[in-house]
Structure formats: structure tokens, C-alpha cells
Design a protein around this ligand. Structure first.
Ligand code: SF4
Length: 693
């Protein structure tokens, strides 16, 4: 009976950025089931992943001993069977593996790069960026935020002065109107979606904008299924109407913003009647949406990777920020800007400085005063004042021979990078690859040494969700075999690379983080242990934290937010006669990112066991493919064969492909062209040819 348990431990769901609090029920050192508890973001609710996606932690593929590549192993490639890895790797003691890992890294300076993880805790993320900066003297350290909301953060920092959300998603309870754009929360942030549905049920106007239809449409006042990549033309048209009809909030604009005249002048060219053909939404609908949003007392905007993963991702977010500002929909109850974060700790890992241009709390690496404040706390000499390389730039630098060694913690670039064969070739080329993970992932296939790490339910540490809520994760079971907690592994590796680290626990790391992170003021380890969650900023030791920020100005010069006009830019890889359709990629409800966890969860894998893509029924008919048959998808980068589903939510010239399946890896097809500001690849738009397989 799974309801029979010995202990229960409160922690945080390891999947999405909603950050649902859970109670892990434990028997015989195994998690036997999971219940939602009353966390600030979930109030007892869980989705199918949080409820059923826990058994991967006990999967027999878990790494239990350090592994070192055999000298007679075959050439590096995606060629290791997790059930039969002995042909490629041999078991090693921790001492041997750590020495081997450290010897391949130390003394190599700029030849070393690091990928940390948004799946690890804040303390682990902090240690990882410190490891690269202190140990190797530069900033070549990044993580999957680069592939997620880097463009949103670039636009928010530029125009609002802070990369985090201005209001929690739960604030929708106080809104009259809400826009959800380029996000599919029913599948990707399911518990947040329950709040959105409740909002619609009590009469709130829900406006969904997405090139792909979705379940939230059933609750929407307006569903704008716009042309892929046409976000800027649609949003500028909506803002044009607000200007033309005088619906903007003049008092707010004068009191709290700058550059309004430039924005206003820029929007003159974007009449909805002109933009309708480009964005595929008729002018009357664009006008109706503009009026609904601008005239509401309180409005919120939520967005996801449909907005951010474009070469114009930063421009998309600039438009959303401008739209909220011109209506005065920031800083009050029921208003705000909220990019829904993907990974459970992508907010926290970014806050902790796991990015190449910023130290913790988004303090610039180029600022001498900032760097010396950190080196003082770290007790070591200076490191470079140059921004480091981002995720995709690091792979390019491997190909040019500038990066020769990498330390990868909990990331899976052999599945998650765009144009993934390019990334796999780079991993194969490295002189020395250290991978720290819980499974022999696709990336670990290329490793020289693999360090077995801990799953969320096996360690202590804090994580920060999409709402800026710092939450306490607790160990419920011990790691399998000789696997260790990630903070302890990085600490040991740092010592062997010559750094004088002396942490005894994650609490020690958290205490050090607080010394240079104002966002953690009034938040202590003990307080988190008592209260489970505190939202930052917290104004006093009693304040649960501010759900809404910037009611009295912004952390920018003179306290003013900025309007940055955005122009229409075509996608990088436009369809032509050879590749006539549009490929877009994303997630599914049951599977998480590269699938390493959810494809090893029995219930989730049973519900969604096979690689699939979605095509409109009319497209399938034209191809002569029955639903459930197979199609070949080919782009300029490569080709995959995958089962096809009939799905009316997808436009006839589009195909949607989830990226969780190694046997039909979506990123073999995707384009690595980057947004120039956020350096995020254009995962959401590639020209593709679809054929019967
Ligand atoms: Fe976990 Fe997100 Fe589902 Fe909550 S909504 S249970 S955090 S996956």
C-alpha cells in the first residue's frame, strides 16, 4: 500500500518554476508518494508531474559510483547504453575520480568553461559560479536560462531595472484583465494555470495569444492565434490603438517612465489595419484587445518561451513592458509583468550569479567595485572584468579550440542546445569533460569522468520560484550508493583545484551569499527552515515578502522605467520551396525538458511513451499519413523521424515537436541563430520539410 509510510518531509517540487511545496512520504528510504501542501504558490495543489513524477529518484539507472572513461573506450559519441556502460567507463573511488577531474581542469585558465544547472539549489549555483570565477579567473559560466528567458531578463533589466517578476502569478486574483502570450501554462505551469482558470471563472478577461492553440483557450475572452514570429507587429498594433484612442495613462507615464515620446512616435506606423495581414489577426480584434487591456482597472501580462525564444525575443519583451507601462499596469494589486520561469530554480540560479555577465544579484562583472566586494568575501585575487561566453558561444569556442575543458553540472547540452549535432561534436572534441549528474545523460556519454550526484529529495538547499519565493528543500532519503550532494562535490573539487573552501553545509554557503546579495536581506536559513518560504524583497524579519514591487518607482535612474521601441525583424530561417513549413518546439505536460527524469518516471512515461509531433489534420491528409503514422522532419541542420498526431491547435503550415525524446531529438533540427541582446537561440522558428516516412 503506497499510503503506508514512516515519515513525511516537506520540500519543493523539482520540475517547473511554479515551485509547488510538497510533502514527501517515505518508507524504507524510498519516497512512496507525494502530496501537495500549503505553499504560497500552490496552496495544496499539484500537477501530474509533481504528484507522480518522483520515482526517477529510485530508478536503477541512478549513478552510484564515480566513473572514469576507459583508456580503450570507443570514440566519444552518443553511444553508451545506460544498462551496459562498462564498455566505456570503469568505476573509480571518489579520491581517484576527484583527482582525475581536478587534474584535467586546474591551471587551464580560460580554456575551462562551466555549465551549471537551474535544477540545483541556490547554494549549488552560487558555488558553481564561484568555482569558475575564483578558480580560473574568468566568467565563462552559464546555464540553461540562456535557452529559456535570457531575452526576457535582458529587456526587464534594461527597462524596469530588475530581471525578476514585478508581481506573483497569484496576483491575478486581483486583476480584471490578463494577457497570457507565448506560454502554454496548462501543460508547462499547470498549477499556475489553475489560478488563471479561476480568474476567468469569476469574470476576469483572459486574453490568450499564441501561434498554437491550447487548452487555456476554452477559458479565454479572446484567443489570438497569430502568425509565428509576428509578435512585434501584433503588440505594436495593439499599442498603436491605445495611443490613437487616447487610452494610455498619462499620469503614470509622466510620473514613472521615460522615452514615451519616442515610443509614441514609433507606434504611428503600426496601425492594426496594416499589421493585420502580417500577424494574421484582424484589426477589429486587435482594437478590442487594446481597449480591454487599457481600460481595465488592473491588468497583468504573463509570458513564456514563445515570446523569449526568438532572435527578436528581447524586442518581444520590450513590447510587453511598454504595453504594461503605458496602461499603468505595474506596481499595484492585480497588475504586473510576469515571465513564467521554466525550471524549478532558474530564477534562483540566475540570482546566484550563474551567468557570464553578472555576479550574484545581477551585479555586473565589469564593475571594479562589485568584483572587489566579492573577492574580499572570497579571500582571493581579482578575476576578469570581461563578460564571459554564453551557452552556445562556449560550444562555438570549443570548435575554435579556445575552450578545451568543461565542468557540466546537471545540464544536458547534448540534448538541449540548438543545432545539437554541433554541440555534440563540441563535447566530443573536448580534452577533458567532467559531468556531475544523477544519470548517465546524453551529455555524460561524452564525459571523461562522471561524478554521481543527488536528486532533490536527497539534499538540503533553497530554491527560488517564478514568484521570487525562496523556499526550503529538505532531504527525505539518502542518496543511492556512493552518490553525494552537489555542493559537497563542487567543494571537494574546488579544494583539489587549489581553492581554500571550507563549507560544512549548504547553510554555510547561504550565509556567505547573504554578504553580497541585498535580495536576501531579512531572509536567513533558520527563517526559511521555520517558514518554508519567504518572498524577496522582504522588508523585515517578520515580512513574508513583497508580492508586488515598484509601486513607488523603479530601480533605474530617477526611479523611472523606460519605453524601448521595437521594430519588426523577420525570423532567421524563413520557409522557402525546399523547407516550406514552420517548425516550433516545446514541452509536453508529462515530460520535462530533455526527458532524463520524466522518461524514468513510470507513470509519466506510461502516459506519454513515444516521441511524437503534432500536425494539422489537413496537413496529414495531404501527406497521406494517418494519425499515428510516421513523418520525417528535415531542416538545414538535420532530420528526425517521429510519430505524427492530428492536432487542430497547430496551423496547417506548422509542426510542433517536443524536445524530450532522444530518439527524435528536436534540437537536431533547431537553429542556433541568437537574439543579439539575450543571446537566446531561435528555438521557436525553423523552416522545415515534412514528408511521409
Ligand atoms: Fe511541480 Fe510545476 Fe506541477 Fe507544481 S505545477 S507540481 S511545481 S511541475
Amino acid at each position: 500500500d503506497s499510503r503506508d509510510y514512516d515519515r513525511e518531509v516537506e520540500s519543493v517540487c523539482p520540475f517547473c518554476g511554479v515551485g509547488c511545496q510538497v510533502s514527501l512520504k517515505v518508507k524504507d528510504n524510498k519516497v512512496v508518494y507525494v502530496e501537495g501542501i500549503n505553499g504560497p504558490a500552490n496552496e495544496g495543489r499539484l500537477c501530474v508531474k509533481g504528484r507522480f513524477g518522483f520515482d526517477y529518484i529510485h530508478h536503477d539507472h541512478r549513478l552510484t559510483k564515480p566513473l572514469i572513461r576507459r583508456e580503450d573506450a570507443p570514440a566519444k559519441g552518443l553511444n553508451v547504453d545506460p544498462d551496459n556502460w562498462q564498455e566505456v567507463f570503469r568505476e573509480a573511488s571518489w579520491d581517484e575520480a576527484l583527482d582525475f577531474a581536478a587534474n584535467g581542469l586546474k591551471g587551464r585558465g580560460r580554456e575551462v568553461a562551466g555549465f551549471g544547472s537551474a535544477k540545483c539549489t541556490n547554494e549549488e549555483a552560487y558555488l558553481f559560479q564561484k568555482f569558475i570565477r575564483q578558480g580560473f579567473g574568468h566568467n565563462n559560466v552559464d546555464h540553461c536560462t540562456r535557452l529559456c528567458h535570457a531575452s526576457s531578463v535582458a529587456a526587464l533589466l534594461e527597462n524596469v531595472g530588475s530581471g525578476a517578476v514585478t508581481a506573483t502569478f497569484n496576483e491575478i486574483e486581483n486583476a480584471d484583465v490578463a494577457i497570457v502570450i507565448g506560454a502554454n501554462p496548462v501543460e508547462n505551469h499547470p498549477v499556475a494555470a489553475t489560478y488563471f482558470k479561476q480568474f476567468a471563472k469569476r469574470g476576469g478577461k483572459l486574453i490568450v495569444m499564441d501561434p498554437r492553440g491550447q487548452a487555456l483557450k476554452r477559458h479565454a475572452t479572446h484567443m489570438l492565434q497569430f502568425r509565428p514570429g509576428a509578435d512585434v507587429s501584433m503588440l505594436n498594433a495593439i499599442m498603436h490603438v491605445i495611443v490613437e484612442e487616447g487610452l494610455y495613462d498619462q499620469q503614470y507615464i509622466e510620473g514613472y517612465t521615460e522615452n514615451w515620446d519616442a515610443e509614441k512616435a514609433h507606434l504611428a506606423d503600426y496601425a492594426p489595419e496594416r499589421m493585420a495581414e502580417i500577424c494574421g489577426i484582424d484589426a477589429e480584434t486587435l482594437r478590442a484587445v487594446a481597449r480591454d487591456f487599457a481600460t481595465a482597472k488592473a491588468g497583468m501580462i504573463f509570458w513564456g518561451m514563445g515570446v523569449s525564444q526568438h532572435i527578436h525575443g528581447t524586442d518581444n519583451s520590450r513590447c510587453l513592458i511598454s504595453l504594461a507601462l503605458m496602461c499603468g499596469h505595474v506596481g499595484r494589486p492585480g497588475t504586473g509583468l510576469h515571465p513564467l520561469r521554466g525550471q524549478n530554480n532558474v530564477q534562483g540560479a540566475s540570482d546566484a550569479g550563474l551567468i557570464p555577465m553578472f555576479l550574484p544579484d545581477y551585479q555586473s562583472v565589469m564593475d571594479d567595485g562589485v568584483r572587489s566586494a566579492f573577492t574580499e568575501v572570497w579571500g582571493s585575487g581579482d578575476f576578469s572584468n570581461e563578460k564571459g561566453l554564453t551557452v552556445t558561444e562556449i560550444m562555438d569556442a570549443v570548435h575554435t579550440g579556445d575552450i578545451k575543458a568543461m565542468y557540466v553540472l546537471g545540464e544536458n547540452p547534448a540534448m538541449s542546445d540548438p543545432d545539437v549535432e554541433h554541440a555534440r561534436d563540441a563535447l566530443a572534441k573536448l580534452d577533458h569533460l567532467v559531468v556531475q549528474d544523477i544519470f548517465l545523460t546524453e551529455t555524460a556519454n561524452y564525459a571523461d569522468v562522471i561524478l554521481p550526484a543527488s536528486a532533490f529529495a536527497e539534499k538540503s538547499g533553497t530554491v527560488t520560484n517564478t514568484n521570487r519565493q525562496v523556499q526550503m528543500g529538505r532531504p527525505a532519503v539518502t542518496p543511492p550508493g556512493e552518490a553525494r550532494e552537489d555542493w559537497a562535490i563542487t567543494t571537494e573539487l574546488a579544494r583539489r583545484c587549489g581553492m581554500a573552501w571550507d563549507y560544512k553545509s549548504p547553510a554555510d554557503v547561504f550565509a556567505e551569499m547573504k554578504r553580497n546579495m541585498r535580495s536576501l536581506e531579512n531572509i536567513t536559513w533558520d527563517r526559511l527552515d521555520r517558514e518554508n518560504a519567504v518572498t524577496y524583497p522582504s522588508l523585515s524579519p517578520e515580512d513574508p515578502g513583497q508580492a508586488i514591487v515598484f509601486g513607488d518607482g523603479f530601480p533605474r535612474p530617477e526611479g523611472r522605467a523606460r519605453f524601448t521601441p521595437a521594430s519588426v525583424i523577420a525570423p532567421d530561417d524563413v520557409p522557402d520551396a525546399e523547407y516550406p513549413m514552420i517548425l516550433t518546439t516545446g514541452r509536453q505536460l508529462e515530460h520535462w525538458h530533455t526527458g532524463s527524469m520524466t522518461r524514468r518516471s513510470a507513470v509519466l512515461d506510461a502516459v506519454e511513451p513515444e516521441a511524437n509531433c503534432s500536425l494539422h489534420p489537413s496537413t496529414l491528409r495531404q501527406l497521406g499519413v494517418d494519425p499515428g503514422g510516421h513523418v520525417r522532419l528535415t531542416t538545414k541542420r538535420g532530420s528526425v523521424v517521429v510519430m505524427a498526431r492530428a492536432d487542430r491547435a497547430v496551423a496547417p503550415d506548422m509542426v510542433f515537436l517536443p524536445f524530450a525524446y532522444v530518439e527524435a531529438a528536436a534540437n537536431i533540427l533547431t537553429n542556433s541563430a541568437l537574439d543579439p541582446y539575450g543571446k537566446i537561440p531561435e528555438f521557436k522558428f525553423s523552416a522545415v520539410r515534412v514528408e511521409k516516412a
